[in-house]
Design a protein around this ligand. Structure first.
Ligand SMILES: [Ca+2]
Ligand SMILES: [Ca+2]
Ligand SMILES: [Ca+2]
Length: 433
């Protein structure tokens, strides 16, 4: 029997009362049983949502100016290059989602095999038949592995929050935008605080297997635990064989992951990118794990505004939130360039194109924080160099340091793109040989 994280219950019960809540910066420490996966969040506290004067934006979602993480990562500029695509499927393995949230409902993945009419004229989505024969009945937007149904209801809030960071609908005049304003969110529920008896590790494994079977491009996993699981590792290896990217939270253990490993982030597989969280001042959060040989990149994770159940919005904090940022950027890149739909390749782009930051010395592998725009613009530049016609990178306006590409300072952004291309493709070839 797994012990439950009491802070999760606290968050869930406050949310149930209604209103808009955030999660305090102070993370609650709980001990995990071995062989368990959970999602840690702090205590819920009320937070204001009234928008300040709106910034000049590409997408005019009213609460967007409060989303500091999008600004730090240059998301607005990135959206000039790409706003994402429904073709990109991101599996959100979490606590479910508010499927009726006005900022999420249009960006939910729709299983093509469970839509339309069956031979009796009934809606495949609700006919009680496994129309696509994948082993799941009426799995239109994903699956609930806790109760083994297609009911994705989020009684916790975490999954709805994560889904919104990745892919709240942009430009619809409501709330916020996800990092990827357009995307398909495949909702895989592995955990429910009210279901004490369910095995969240085995649910995680089943959810990963589902994502692999249904051809997700990206798996977002913000949970984790301190003990490795052969079954979980095997499932992620299956994902690796298909080139599926697994974006995993570094964890909120306040510890060095090089010493005290956290799973699945630290299996060391080439398709896993491990993400730690920073605040507005670009400091790694005290609660977040770090590690120069285990943690790949840092992204915003403190007081992040996103969607919550019952159509609401609020803030949460942790490496979960940072993880969702990286998944969103990966979705944008994949939408923009089909050659980038391979995990190891996209991990190189994400890590090599981040902003170098001395705050990250001793904290992450490449001392970089996520920059959405750079990641997109540079792989777009890559297309240019490969001869394809791309005309939306004329206004490249960031600077490149020598450290951005292994010590040798490039003469121009174009040559940076060329060197990055060489780096990515050379190591691809090396890997195949
Ligand atoms: Ca089915
Ligand atoms: Ca059906
Ligand atoms: Ca919106």
């Amino acid at each position: 029997m797994n012990k439950l994280n009491l802070s999760l219950l606290a968050a869930a019960s406050v949310l149930a009362v209604g209103g808009v809540y955030g999660v305090s910066q102070e993370m609650h420490q709980t001990d995990f049983p071995s062989q368990s996966r959970s999602t840690k969040v702090g205590k819920a506290v009320p937070s204001k949502t009234n928008s300040d004067k709106e910034l000049e934006v590409i997408l005019k979602d009213p609460a967007l100016s409060q989303a500091w993480g999008l600004n730090m990562t240059d998301a607005q500029k990135a959206w000039r290059v790409s706003k994402g695509s429904k073709d990109i499927r991101v599996a959100v393995i979490d606590t479910g989602v508010d499927v009726n949230h006005p900022d999420l409902t249009n960006n939910l993945w729709v299983n093509p095999g469970e839509t339309g009419l069956d031979k009796n004229g009934k809606d495949k989505a609700s006919n009680g038949v496994d129309d696509d024969g994948n082993g799941f009945v009426d799995d239109v937007h994903g699956w609930n592995f806790v109760n083994n149904t297609n009911d994705l209801k989020d009684t916790h809030g975490h999954g709805t929050h994560i889904a919104g960071i990745i892919g709240a609908e942009g430009g619809n005049g409501v709330g916020i935008s996800g990092v990827a304003p357009k995307v398909s969110l495949m909702i895989l529920k592995y955990y429910d605080p009210s279901s004490r008896s369910s095995d969240n590790l085995s649910n995680t494994v089943k959810a990963i297997e589902y994502a692999v079977k249904m051809n997700a491009h990206i798996i977002n996993y913000s949970g984790g635990g301190l003990s490795p699981s052969p079954a979980e590792k095997q499932a992620i290896e299956m994902a690796m064989k298909k080139g599926i990217l697994v974006v995993a939270a570094a964890g909120n253990e306040r510890s060095n992951s090089d010493v005290k490993k956290y799973y699945p982030a630290d299996y060391g597989l080439s398709n896993i990118v491990s993400v730690t969280a920073i605040d507005k001042e670009r400091e790694v959060l005290p609660s977040s794990n770090w590690g120069v040989s285990t943690v790949h990149i840092a992204a915003p994770g403190n007081n992040i505004l996103s969607t919550l159940p019952n159509g609401e919005y609020g803030m949460m904090t942790g490496t979960s939130q940072a993880t969702a940022f990286v998944s969103g950027v990966a979705a944008l890149i994949m939408a923009n360039n089909s050659e980038m739909r391979k995990a190891d390749r996209i991990i190189k782009y994400l890590t090599q194109t981040g902003d170098t930051d001395t705050n990250l010395i001793g904290k992450t592998m490449y001392m970089r924080r996520l920059n959405t725009y750079k990641a997109l613009a540079l792989q777009d530049m890559d297309l240019n160099l490969a001869g394809s016609k791309v005309d939306n990178t004329q206004n490249l306006s960031f600077t490149i340091g020598a450290q951005d590409i292994g010590g040798k300072k490039p003469a121009s952004i174009s040559s940076f793109g060329k060197q990055l291309r060489a780096l990515v493709h050379t190591s691809d070839v090396a890997k195949r040989n």
